[in-house]
Design a binder for this molecule. Structure first.
Ligand code: HMG
Ligand code: NDP
Length: 626
């Protein structure tokens, strides 16, 4: 179908909006939001949807967003615009090849096409949406229905844009050029895109004689810099690590007719031949999961049976859950009156704070240590061993005890664990127990000016295969650490190495943050690395403008959608929209208050020129200080 001028205008406007918001739009919607050009139109006959999207004739559009669109139409004389139009024509034609571009056809016709062999690809997005709304396609199975992963995601975005509450948000969530084959059936459902998170690198981290570069995905400025400084401090002497225990756990809750009967089952599990019988079934469920311990805990008629298993290179929750289900069948063969209440009874304990993981361990239990020479403590960390040791006792040991902490005898292990977990495709919810850590610092060397530091982390739940580790960017981060996937020669070795790296990186993070706290540098460093100066100066300008009572009409929505993604644009738009203050809006010097609410006395020079223009105001250096 030929592309008409109105459509191109609308597409261009959408494109323009996206580009304005993101500067890059190759992974964004060009047509996903009513705000960005898709209009409501009356449903055609056969359609059951109260609101539909029209990609065809927009002449009848009554969308309230239209006026916004028309205000943004670009002049076609512009050469750059012409090129964009041509590109859009081409891309639209490619997109439409073989797909219906006319007004939606009757529902019955679409249903027939849906169930035909080749027909589904011919349905327009609008027709697919009609089928979803008429409950012929579940919205969560769009990818399967249209036999195209990215198109399925794109249509779901259009559907979600129809929900009033979220329609404005979706275009800022990228979705294009992503490998959804890895996501389907493994990592996420009802997909509408992905969230890009900045990934920094800390290192080299010298650990057990090898250098590692540690990827960390975070939005907390200062965190990577801090961990990097810790790594730098370890460069001379290195970090030593050891995995001291290994075992993932799953603890179902079962119930018996009496507490005596529950006790009987508990004692039965303690017999070695019975353990062997259960283990045989458990181990048969996987090539890598190996039951090493059963730890039952009784509470009246309830029995919590904590199965502990090695899980090779996988974090192992799916594997161990599968094995546990089989093992429970064995137990039920012996105890017919045993009632299985749930496969997880919280004694596991997964993704919740608990003493049991802190005491018994879960996943990999790792200890790491390093000695930092006095000159490094003083020159790189800007503090002293004595100050660090004293602070560590006061904060990480006494402070955490005073807070009633379980496993939180550290400064910020969770920061490092979570950033590495997100980068490396771990289950981020497992940061809860994986961050259990006790940091110990002691004076070392002949004069006690060197620092001994260690971190003990009993429950690092991690893997290098399974879960999110299969996604290409996350797998690349594991690759950077040399631990991607299964270790063919020695299954489990990659996951153990990964756990050691996590622990060594935590050691680096602990050392650096504790040093910053001891030196009184925390706030200074976070104000430098952890606050958007551009955005804040834009906000400060807005506040200044408001304080100076510049007419509200002269500042039009500085935080409007089209400008909020670029703080520079906010500044620019404020600058461009601020007009010189007319004499009717001149501020009397005595009406101008400083931040303490006191009247600001103007200098004679400012008095001699009573009309303060906005540009003058913007150039006043003090305006940053609000
Ligand atoms: C920010 C620093 C590192 C500056 O530290 P500095 O000593 O002023 O920096 P420097 O310029 O002298 O450089 C020293 C080394 O730091 C590294 N470094 C320095 N700058 C960078 C950078 N931009 N990017 C990457 N690496 C950087 C780098 O390794 C460098 O060595 P070089 O390579 O030059 O020989 C320091 O002040 C610091 O570590 N601050 C602590 C920040 C921190 O740990 N934040 C974590 C979050 S706090 C929190 O969330 C938890 C909390 C606090 O609530 C928990 C609690 O209750 O305790
Ligand atoms: N089910 C649950 O209760 C929970 C699940 N999760 C989720 O579980 C997922 C992770 O489960 P997990 O069991 O780790 O991973 P998977 O479910 O992906 O299982 C690992 C798979 O890798 C195979 N494998 C191949 N080589 C190895 C090797 N060297 N070592 C170990 N396994 C190998 C295993 O084989 P084989 O089939 O022979 O075992 C198994 O099929 C994550 O997405 C996480 O978010 C998180 C918490 C709870």
């Amino acid at each position: 179908m030929p592309v008409n001028a109105k459509e191109i205008e609308i597409l261009l406007n959408r494109n323009n909006l996206c580009a304005e918001k993101n500067n890059v739009n190759d992974y964004h919607d060009t047509c996903s939001s009513p705000d960005s050009g898709i209009s409501k139109s009356r449903p055609s006959s056969g359609s059951v949807t109260p609101i539909t999207f029209s990609i065809g004739d927009h002449s009848e559009s009554d969308d309230e967003g239209d006026s916004e669109d028309s205000g943004l139409v670009m002049k076609t004389e512009n050469a750059e615009t012409q090129t964009m139009l041509e590109n859009l024509k081409i891309s639209q034609k490619e997109e439409m090849d073989g797909r219906w571009t006319g007004p939606p056809r009757p529902l019955e016709e679409c249903i027939n096409l849906l169930h035909s062999d080749v027909g589904v690809k011919q349905l327009s997005d609008e027709e697919v949406i009609n089928l979803v709304n008429a409950k012929h396609i579940p919205a969560y199975q769009l990818e399967k229905a249209v036999q195209d992963l990215e198109r399925g995601v794109a249509i779901r975005r259009k559907l979600s844009c129809m929900q009033k509450d979220i329609k404005g948000a979706t275009p800022d969530i990228p979705y294009k050029n992503y490998d959804y084959t890895m996501v389907q059936g493994a990592c996420c459902e009802n997909v509408i895109g992905y969230i890009p998170i900045p990934v920094g690198i800390a290192g080299p981290l010298k650990m057990d004689g090898k250098l590692h570069y540690v990827p960390m995905a975070t939005t907390e400025g200062c965190l990577v810099a801090s961990t990097n400084r810790g790594c730098r401090a370890f460069m001379q002497t290195g970090v030593r690590t050891r995995v001291v225990h290994e075992g993932m756990s799953r603890a179902p809750v079962v119930r018996f007719p009496s507490a005596m009967r529950a006790a009987e089952a508990m004692l039965w599990l303690g017999e070695s031949e019975n353990f062997e019988e259960v283990k045989q079934s458990f181990d048969a469920s996987s090539r890598f999961a190996r039951l090493i311990k059963i730890h039952p805990r009784i509470a009246g008629r309830y029995l919590f049976i904590r199965f502990v298993a090695k899980t090779g290179d996988a974090m192992g929750m799916n594997m161990i859950s599968k094995g546990t289900e089989v093992a429970l069948q064995v137990l039920q063969n012996h105890f017919h009156d045993m009632e299985i209440l749930a496969l997880s009874g919280n004694v596991c304990t997964d993704k919740k704070p608990s003493a049991i993981n802190w005491l018994e361990g879960r996943g990999k239990s790792v200890v790491s240590e390093a000695i930092v020479p006095a000159n490094i403590v003083e020159n790189v960390l800007k503090t002293t061993t004595a100050a660090l040791v004293e602070l560590n006792i006061a904060k990480n040991l006494v402070g955490s005890a005073a807070a009633g902490s379980i496993g939180g005898f550290n400064a910020h292990a969770a920061n490092i664990v979570t950033a590495i977990y997100i980068a490396c495709g771990q289950d981020p919810a497992q940061n809860v127990c994986s961050s259990n850590c006790m940091t110990i610092m002691e004076p070392s060397g002949e004069d006690g000016r060197d620092l001994f530091i260690s971190c003990t982390m009993p429950s690092i739940e991690c893997g290098t295969i399974g879960g999110g580790t299969i996604l290409p960017p996350q797998a690349a981060c594991l690759e950077m650490l040399g631990v991607k996937g299964a270790n063919a020669d020695n299954p489990g070795e990659n996951a153990r190495t990964f756990a050691r790296i996590v622990s060594a990186a935590v050691l680096a993070g602990e050392l650096s943050l504790m040093s910053a706290l001891a030196a009184g540098h925390l706030v200074k460093s976070h104000l430098k690395h952890n606050r958007s100066a551009t955005l804040l100066s834009a906000i400060a300008l807005e506040q200044q403008a408001a304080n100076l009572k510049i007419t509200s009409e002269s500042i039009q929505e500085p935080q409007s959608r089209s400008s909020k993604t670029s703080s520079e644009k906010v500044v620019q738009s404020i600058k461009s929209k601020l007009t010189p203050v007319s004499s009717s809006t001149i501020l009397k010097p005595e009406n101008t208050l400083n931040t303490k609410g006191e009247a600001i006395k103007r200098s004679p020079s400012s008095k001699s020129s009573p009309v303060i223009t906005t540009m003058e105001f913007l150039s006043v250096p003090d305006c940053k200080q609000t």
